[in-house]
Design a protein around this ligand. Sequence first.
Ligand SMILES: Cc1cc2nc3c(=O)[nH]c(=O)nc-3n(C[C@H](O)[C@H](O)[C@H](O)COP(=O)(O)OP(=O)(O)OC[C@H]3O[C@@H](n4cnc5c(N)ncnc54)[C@H](O)[C@@H]3O)c2cc1C
Length: 236
Amino acid sequence: MGMRVVLGAGKAAVKRDGEGVRITLASGEHIMPDKVLFAAGRAGNTEGLGLEDVGVQVDERNRIVVDETFRTSAEWVYAAGDVIGPPALASVSMEQGRVAACYAFGIPFKETVDPIPPFGVYSVPETAMVGLTEEGAAAQGIDFEVGRGWFAGNARATISGATDGLVKLVFQREDRKLLGVHVLGDLATELVHQGQAVLNYGGTIDYFIHSTFNVPTASEAYKYAAYDGLQRLPAR
Ligand SMILES: Cc1cc2nc3c(=O)[nH]c(=O)nc-3n(C[C@H](O)[C@H](O)[C@H](O)COP(=O)(O)OP(=O)(O)OC[C@H]3O[C@@H](n4cnc5c(N)ncnc54)[C@H](O)[C@@H]3O)c2cc1C
């Protein structure tokens, strides 16, 4: 597609140059782009709300500070969502709101927000993940293995003509406990939830081996990813 991705380029200088913009990367390389998007992070739009008048503390980015019950420094004020900071996702924000409402009104339904939320990117192809990456598992010193189930070998993907992509499972070698799930391809943001359920209940990749899946479905890629993973383990 003619795209070049420059990651970790360090600090860049941006200057007007005639009608355009000139960017100088830390390496000394110059780029003359059509457009520049500068992403400086998010800040809470809390100025002028009078939070200080009621004792609600904000941080250096004007985000509201809360405890684990989503209560602010003012006993009777709760906050949830983007205004309290990362991960700033609609999915997580709504969960935070539900938990905050439970604490605020003494409703005994829900006390915590899921600590391992899934992430989805609605690009073409879609991509989604939950749990640990290979890099994350390695950084924690976990002895892990991976298994991949490619959509190229999946009947449903062949029928719908969407054969790009895969389901990748990251699991612990010793006991096959599922650590992370990564899906790339059609409906990745939907498919990831199956892996999320197994992961959140502390399951192993054996779940995908033992369960019968509807055929033909994209979900079958989980089964083949698990088989692939098993084949990478020493025979018992
Ligand atoms: C381009 C984009 C794409 C995204 N895609 C996804 C996605 O695919 N999946 C996902 O999970 N999340 C996504 N998000 C994040 C998601 O939109 C937010 O996490 C979510 O909307 C946060 O909900 P919220 O209620 O905390 O805040 P908001 O939805 O921002 O609601 C805050 C409301 O408060 C109002 N408000 C702000 N300041 C004041 C003020 N001073 N006085 C009165 N009212 C005020 C605003 O007008 C707004 O209506 C995306 C965000 C962006 C920007």
